[in-house]
Design a protein around this ligand. Structure first.
Ligand code: F6R
Length: 240
């Protein structure tokens, strides 16, 4: 795993944006694995700026990591609507080339359909990942099988608490999500992880230096031959 430590969050974000843009320039028909969450918002702002400067998404295909179970695509907190708001509505990617798991209907059927779509278009050329405070990648919470495939996963209390900030007061954040599995993620040709801030320091340490364990799902990335983790100095603080 290559670790890139940047002075601050802005520099780390810029580094991530530059790498994604370079990958897309080198291979315009890239199959991109995308993430949501607070860390990714400025990344997508950077990609939109790159698009205004000529970067095209027209030949790319994208697959998002996860979607909340029970939220229709039009719900403001669904990950489909996050992606529309933060990226897809502002770049030249055709809607039919953007895949987000379905949060509606039977989660098992949605998961199987997603794996089939990944098989049809994949492998992913570049998978972008954030990192949960508890070391989760996608919504593979601690205890997830390192060989897991796309499936419904119950969210831990800490993840629900962390994500509650995105929901309106009185609204209950979903209890589960359909997420690409760790085994699914590891099939990407190349993986880029972005983790920022002191709150991620323990998860970064476990991911990079800890034993490979289902209790820190990020640590499974140690088994992949092409992972780059970009962190700011606060997130790198626990690395030896
Ligand atoms: C989102 C996802 C999650 C987030 C992680 C970090 O699609 O899969 O693993 O990347 O929870 O979220 P933030 O960036 O909000 O700290």
């Amino acid at each position: 795993m290559r670790i890139v430590i940047c002075d601050d969050a802005a520099a780390a974000t810029r580094t991530a944006v530059d790498r994604i843009a370079a990958a897309l320039r080198a291979r315009p028909a890239s199959v991109l694995g995308l993430a949501t969450g607070g860390t990714m918002e400025p990344v997508y702002e950077g990609l939109i700026a790159a698009h205004r400067d000529g970067l095209s998404f027209a030949q790319a295909v994208s697959f998002n990591l996860d979607e909340y179970v029970g939220l229709p695509p039009g719900h403001p907190q669904s990950y489909r609507s996050y992606m529309q708001r933060h990226l897809f509505d502002h770049v030249d990617i055709a809607p039919e080339r953007t895949f987000v798991p379905s949060g509606e209907g039977d989660p098992q059927a949605a998961s199987d359909a997603y794996e089939a779509a990944l098989r049809a278009h994949g492998p992913l050329d570049l998978q972008l990942l954030g990192l949960g405070h508890n070391g989760h990648i996608g919504f593979n919470e601690p205890g997830s099988s390192l060989a897991s495939r796309t499936r419904e996963k119950l969210l831990t209390r800490t993840t629900r608490e962390a994500n509650a900030r995105f929901f309106k007061e009185g609204e209950t954040p979903p209890r589960s999500a359909v997420t690409m599995g760790i085994g699914t993620i590891l099939e990407a040709r190349s993986i880029l992880v972005l983790a920022l801030g002191a709150g991620k320091a323990a998860a970064v340490q476990g991911t990079v230096e800890g034993p490979v364990t289902a209790m820190c799902p990020g640590s499974a990335l140690q088994m992949h031959p092409d992972v780059t983790m970009i962190v700011d100095s606060a997130a790198a603080a626990d690395l030896s």
